[in-house]
Design a protein around this ligand. Structure first.
Ligand code: NAD
Ligand code: 6OD
Length: 488
């Protein structure tokens, strides 16, 4: 059978790279290549930006707001109608299990379009009656205008979810987009091109260029003079490089970056809920969610019991074939990432960690012997300041530390250069508020984790990001306000 080809989607057409270059798409569960991906460069970025600009100056802006938002609703329906195709594509690219992708990634891909299409219908402006010396007064009113062409650069961990989380509000605000998906996960962004076509969205509104980041398609997008803003999700150090690239043009940016998130479990918490919630927050998606808890702080009276219960949970996880309904944990994204996580395993041990469970490569069926699997891993006994406690592993790991007082727990949780989210487990309502207020993070979950309401602002502080997306915050980023003052 000929190898599947994944192409760019530019100006409404699927196209190869002018250079003819391509790279491998590997299924991380088997380690085998299953497709070749067109490798874009500055040439494809230029074409995509030109197409987006033409669509913005032409048919997209000529449509009424209602027509544009109806089109986005059709995109949401299109994703749902092709749910299984999206699901399989995402599972093959990432190795994530059906049990996760069918509940999280694909439903949210559709929901993002539906939500922002609905939200944009309700946006209203503001006006101010202004007094003047001559007594006639003036009226100031505020309008919102789209930015033009927005560049979207997305990661591999929740490919469709995170890409549509940015594309949907950008389009709902009236912009056109050029997307550079992660080189590890090109499939669902491409499939989305078919959905846009079928939904009757004008050519050039949604464009996808595949390829790499530094000195390649990603960097070309950030530096393109006709791209008005860059919205990026990925590693903190990539964010820093993109910020530099955007600086000469004072390009607007929105960054959702890495984390080293803490969970705090108080002795008064519902013990079983805290254990199952923390196991979920440490091991979901093989620990590859930016919101995962890699540092867990547990009040001393329940510490031993908690560590034991977490280990039981980790050891009970079914690891293997992503396509099997019973599978709870798939591989990491790639052999490279597996090497990185295994070296964190080594570093933790070298720093004196006690490995409560895990710490190596699990036994899996022969078919998956070349897959990038690692065991869910729990450590105790590490010093808070060693590198592995201060940098994001992005694998199925957590370190569990005991604490004695609320103040100590807060100080431990805040001892990080990152500040994306925290999870607090307690049945004491005043403590819940008190601790949540003191977390140096953009998000705090109490007695839950990754429970999303798309109306709320989402984003991190410190090295975890700049800006907020979600609800009207997204529409604020993807549009400019203009104040018009009319003397009466
Ligand atoms: P990454 O930074 O390596 O890559 C993300 C994207 O940036 C890819 O498309 C890549 O090609 C592109 N890129 C890389 N260098 C570039 C450059 N110089 N210019 C332009 N584009 C460039 O991130 P990743 O490994 O794909 O994703 C994992 C990371 O993302 C983790 O650190 C995780 O915490 C973070 N993340 C954060 C959030 C959040 O909401 N805060 C969400 C998901 C993932
Ligand atoms: O749920 C979301 O909207 C969101 N941005 C999730 C990010 C997850 C990080 O991996």
């Amino acid at each position: 059978m000929p190898m599947k080809k994944i192409q760019h989607f530019i100006d409404g057409e699927f196209v190869a790279s002018e250079s003819g270059d391509s790279f491998s798409n590997i299924n991380p569960a088997t380690g085998r290549e299953f497709a070749r991906v067109a490798e874009g460069s500055e040439i494809e970025i230029d074409r995509a930006v030109e197409a987006a600009r033409r669509a913005f100056d032409g048919p997209w802006s000529a449509m009424t707001l209602g027509e544009r938002l109806d089109a986005l609703q059709r995109v949401a329906h299109g994703i749902r109608a092709r749910f299984d195709e999206f699901l399989k594509a995402e599972m093959r690219d990432t190795g994530k299990p059906r049990s996760f992708a069918s509940k999280v990634d694909i439903p949210r891909g559709a929901a993002n379009f539906e939500f922002f299409a609905n939200l944009a219908r309700t946006v209203h402006g503001s006006s101010f009656q202004t007094e003047t010396a001559d007594g006639r007064g003036a009226v100031n009113y505020v309008t919102r205008q789209p930015l033009g062409v927005v560049g979207v650069i997305s990661p591999w961990n929740l490919p469709l979810l995170l890409l549509t989380w940015k594309v949907a509000p950008a389009l709902a605000a009236g912009n056109c987009v050029v997307v550079k998906p992660s080189e590890e996960t090109p499939s669902t962004a491409t499939l989305l091109g078919e959905v846009f076509k079928d939904a009757g969205v004008p050519a050039g509104v949604y464009n996808v260029v595949h390829g790499f980041g530094p000195e390649a398609a990603g960097e070309a997008l950030t530096k393109h003079p006709d791209v008005s803003a860059i919205t990026f999700t990925g590693e903190t150090r990539t964010g820093s490089a993109i910020m530099k690239a955007c600086a000469p043009q004072i390009k607007n940016i929105s960054f959702e970056l890495g984390g080293k998130n803490a969970a705090i479990v108080f002795a008064d918490a519902d013990f079983d809920a805290a254990v199952s919630g923390t196991a979920r927050s440490s091991f979901s998606n093989t620990g590859q969610v930016c919101l995962c808890s890699e540092r867990v702080y547990v009040e001393r009276p329940i510490y031993e019991r908690f560590v034991e219960a977490m280990a039981k949970r980790a050891e009970a996880l079914t690891i293997g074939d992503p396509f099997e309904d019973a599978t709870q944990m798939g591989p990491l994204i790639s052999a490279d990432h597996q090497r990185k996580v295994l070296s964190a395993f080594k570093a933790a041990v070298a720093e004196g960690a006690e490995v409560v469970t895990g710490g190596s490569i699990p036994e899996v069926d022969k078919e998956f012997a070349e897959g990038s699997f690692v065991e869910p891993t729990i450590w105790t006994g590490l010093d808070e300041d060693v590198a592995v406690m201060q940098s994001e592993v992005f694998g199925p790991i957590c370190h569990i530390t005991p604490f004695d007082t609320e103040e100590e727990a807060i100080a431990l949780a805040n001892n990080s250069r990152f500040g994306l989210c925290a999870a607090v487990w307690t049945n004491h309502v005043q403590r819940a508020h008190r601790v949540a207020h003191q977390m140096e993070t953009g998000l705090v979950w109490v007695n839950t984790w990754f429970l999303r309401d798309l109306r709320t602002p989402f984003g991190g502080v410190k090295l975890s990001g700049i800006g907020r997306e979600g609800g009207r915050h997204s529409l604020d980023f993807y549009s400019e306000t203009k104040t018009i003052c009319i003397k009466l």
